[in-house]
Design a protein around this ligand. Structure first.
Ligand code: ADP
Length: 303
């Protein structure tokens, strides 16, 4: 096909859920791109539907903080998705001990993440799989939400969402209790976990099973009371946990500012209906008080 001639394939960048991702050169623009090869072999129908969904979503989701889908083309038995090439991801930044993350840097990453999310949520699209390794970082330091393979437009009439879509550590309590009518709050919870991880330099709540994950959440924030989250007991997989009181959030994040802690606590509201939205989070005073977020091009990237 035309597409196969336009892109000169380079090294493999890694294996994804549906196939290999290659580095390539776009001979039409001289840009480096990432080509995601989606196998259509055996699971033709299913994969096709998923891929087409990803394409449609991404085309509608143009934003500086969302990864750009440049092109799509079939080749042999595969479908190829061409994305802008991203140098790094937030997981690599957090892991790199040579990178010092100042409060202004953390604020910058959170602002870019929330801007991407606010854009998605405004278009009624959930990301549903937010974690540091799918927050990609471009050569000019912009953070962009990538990996929309699992995202779906929410509110579609006859489709109940499955809840096993998140990397467990970033999963919200409503997902862990089996909620099937969840909304944009699941992304805010995950973004809260990422915020915490930027402050701590390690994953915040590392559960070893879904029940253990809930246990870790309740250890950190206390077991929710009926008044805090009235719908909890009617969720499909609800189980009662022994009551634990909430420790002071301050004790978990000794270095965080008051503003950071206040925003963090609002992103971790138990009741998804009470959880702060991406747009409200962007308007939180954390983003308008000192220090100002570091400009994207000044953020340090892993070697
Ligand atoms: P998964 O489906 O498991 O989330 P992906 O298919 O999105 O993974 O990506 C597989 C690997 O390819 C990633 O770990 C990443 O290193 C790399 N990759 C994906 N997209 C890009 C991109 N746009 N630019 C550079 N590398 C990428």
């Amino acid at each position: 096909g035309i597409g196969a001639k336009r892109y000169v394939k380079g090294i493999s960048l890694g294996e994804g859920t549906y196939g290999v991702v290659f580095k390539a050169l776009d001979t039409q623009t001289n840009r480096t791109v990432a080509v995601k090869k989606i196998r259509l072999g055996k699971y033709k129908e299913g994969v096709h539907v998923t891929a087409l969904r990803e394409i449609k979503l991404l085309k509608e989701l143009r934003d500086p903080n969302i990864i750009e889908l440049i092109d799509v083309y079939p080749h042999k038995r595969n479908l190829h998705l061409v994305f802008e090439f991203m140098e790094s991801d937030l997981e690599a930044v957090i892991r790199d001990r040579n990178i010092l993350l100042s409060p202004a840097d953390v604020k910058s990453y959170m602002q870019m993440c929330l801007r991407g999310l606010a854009h998605c949520h405004k278009k009624w699209v959930l990301h549903r799989d937010l974690k540091p390794n799918n927050l990609l970082i471009s050569s000019d330091g912009q953070l962009k939400l990538g990996d929309f393979g699992l995202a779906r437009i929410f509110g579609s009439p006859d489709r109940k969402f499955t809840h096993q879509v998140f990397a467990r550590w970033y999963r919200s309590p409503e997902l862990l209790f089996g909620s099937k009518q969840y909304g944009s709050g699941v992304d805010i919870w995950a973004a809260g976990c990422i915020f915490a991880e930027l402050l701590l330099r390690r994953p915040f709540l590392q559960g070893s099973s879904d029940i253990d994950q809930l246990g870790k959440i309740f250890q950190a924030f206390g077991t929710p009371r009926e008044t805090q989250w009235p719908d909890m007991t009617s969720l499909p997989d609800y189980v009662e946990f022994q009551f634990t009181p909430a420790p002071a959030l301050r004790s978990l994040f000794p270095m965080a500012t008051e503003d950071a802690l206040d925003l963090l606590s609002k992103m971790f509201a138990f009741d998804p209906k009470a959880r702060i939205t991406a747009q409200q989070a962007l308007e939180h005073r954390y983003f308008s008080t000192d220090p100002a977020p570091t400009k994207a091009h000044l953020l340090l990237r892993p070697a």
